[in-house]
Design a protein around this ligand. Structure first.
Ligand code: B12
Ligand code: SF4
Ligand code: SF4
Length: 407
């Protein structure tokens, strides 16, 4: 009855487990944290005792209902990666923020459960210290694939998860069985080599983490590999063979926005704070904030190999946010030749006050400003020969390391 209501509300999967169903939870979480794989996500350590054991979060919990909402994309999420002047946004983020959609539905199911059982219930989606994937696997919604995401035989790996903790004693379902076999497609496709081993993710290397959670400048080693992924990453999910059984998401509230399928990088790079908030209202992107988002867009511009986008990057050299200016320096360096970069350094670097942005200027090769920058002295005049026009000589990968000036 409660399951029927949950499905009528739009959930695609519903199953029950016990709070102590995964005894290895604490040990695995501790290892992940000790290895530093959570990066700057301090909130993962803050209440790790509660995350490791549902009964530490709420000692009244007797059963956990895990629910899944299918959010399978309607097109191949990898297809847009080849459109270098466009941005690729993870499929889930092209939709309404699932936290809001799922939470509303969970509350309804939780209230019904409480009314029927006479026992209290609490609902969680994503933000509480609850390990949703292992609990969903224990409840039988699927299994944790080698990419660590929950895979279902019915919906592939596109389900988004939510949990209801209840004081009612409910009959648990059988756990899911690992059906990855010898497959390792998700591990092999990862552009940043973020899996130190199957079933283990080093978030610090994951583009999803770098574009959404990481606050400062993106470490240089990952920038080229990001390509045009500006918010999240679907690569390891997109290649899972179990997706062949997944149908397109049916929940109307979770319909993907057509204008987020392949937005032009040039337009995104021009968003000010108010425009950013208006454009991304209701999506998960809004929470990341305009500056970090622009940083990601500029990395994609640097990877575009498209000289027409260099002017957008140059405009951002004057952005008020250091994290945007820093990424703009990198993008310019990728697209423009040494002479033009020296000219830009002459105009911008010597008056740069932020240490991280100065570091970006210093990292340009060959150093356009070198020690003079450290001393705060303007570098010698590097103006390129007059009458030159920039033309692009893309790298073999199409990544675009430099335009050069030709007469
Ligand atoms: C932190 C977090 C992230 C971090 C870290 C991801 C991670 N794998 O931990 C970052 C920012 C990178 C991230 C990225 C993404 N996320 Co996220 N994220 C979370 C969050 C908040 C916590 C996850 C967590 O507890 N991590 C800690 C680690 C230690 O736990 P774990 O991943 O379960 O790791 C297990 C394995 O390491 C396992 N293990 C170790 N050894 C072995 C050996 C064997 C044999 C086995 C079976 C297991 C095993 O033990 C651990 C515990 O079970 C959850 C929401 C929630 N509250 O659960 C969403 C959540 C996992 N994310 C989700 C999504 C959709 C994504 C992205 C797809 C978004 C995107 N398109 O960009 C990517 C996927 C990247 C990936 N391959 O994981 C969904 C996944 C839905 C699903 N079907 O599973 C969740 C559940 C949110 C939701 N409510 O729907 N995410
Ligand atoms: S989301 Fe992308 S970067 Fe992160 S592990 Fe999967 S393929 Fe790698
Ligand atoms: S791609 Fe292969 S290894 Fe990865 S989760 Fe899917 S079935 Fe498992």
């Amino acid at each position: 009855m409660i399951e029927t209501r949950a499905k009528a509300l739009g959930f695609d999967a519903f199953a029950v487990t016990r709070p102590d169903a995964v005894p290895e939870l604490g040990e695995r979480l501790s290892r992940w944290l000790e290895e530093g794989h959570h990066g700057e996500m301090a909130w993962m350590t803050d209440r790790s005792d509660q995350r490791a054991a549902p009964s530490a979060l709420w000692d009244g919990v007797r059963s956990i209902v895990m629910l899944g909402l299918n959010a399978a994309p309607d097109a191949d999420p990898l297809a847009n990666l080849a459109r270098k002047d466009r941005a690729t946004i993870a499929s889930y983020a092209q939709r309404r923020d699932y936290h809001e959609v799922i939470k509303g539905k969970l509350k309804e199911v939780g209230q019904l459960l409480s009314a029927r059982s006479g026992a209290s219930a609490k609902v969680f989606v994503d933000t509480a210290p609850v390990m949703e994937k292992p609990l969903a696997a224990a409840a039988g919604l699927g299994w944790q694939g080698k990419h660590t995401v929950l895979v279902s035989r019915e919906f592939g790996n596109w389900m988004l998860l939510g949990a209801i903790f209840t004081a009612a004693e409910l009959e648990p379902d059988a756990p899911g069985r690992d059906s990855c076999g010898s497959c390792r497609r998700c591990l092999d496709i990862c552009p940043t080599d973020a899996f130190p081993a199957p079933y283990r993710l080093d978030a610090r290397r994951c583009i999803s983490y770098l574009t959404i959670e990481h606050e400062g400048p993106i470490p240089h080693e990952f920038r080229a590999a990001m390509g045009n992924r500006i918010f999240g990453c679907d690569d390891c999910l997109a290649v899972c063979p179990w997706n062949k059984f997944a149908e397109q998401a049916g929940e109307a509230k979770m319909a993907a926005r057509a204008d987020l399928a392949s937005p032009p990088l040039a337009e995104l790079s021009r968003l000010d704070d108010a425009e950013f908030r208006a454009f991304f209202a209701g999506t998960p992107i809004k929470r990341t904030g305009r500056d970090r988002f622009l940083r990601n867009v500029l990395i994609a511009i640097g990877n575009s190999g498209d000289l027409a986008l260099a002017r957008e990057a140059m405009r951002c050299l004057d952005d008020p946010a250091p994290v945007v200016r820093g990424a703009a320096v990198w993008a310019c360096d990728r697209l423009l030749d040494d002479g033009r970069m020296r000219a830009l350094a002459n105009a911008h670097a010597a008056r740069e006050s932020d240490a991280t942005v100065r570091e970006e200027w210093r990292a340009c090769s060959p150093l356009p400003c070198g020690e003079e920058l450290e001393l705060g002295v303007a570098p010698p005049d590097p103006t390129p020969a007059s009458g030159t026009t920039p033309t692009l000589h893309p790298s073999p990968q199409g990544g675009g390391k430099r335009a050069s000036f030709s007469a």
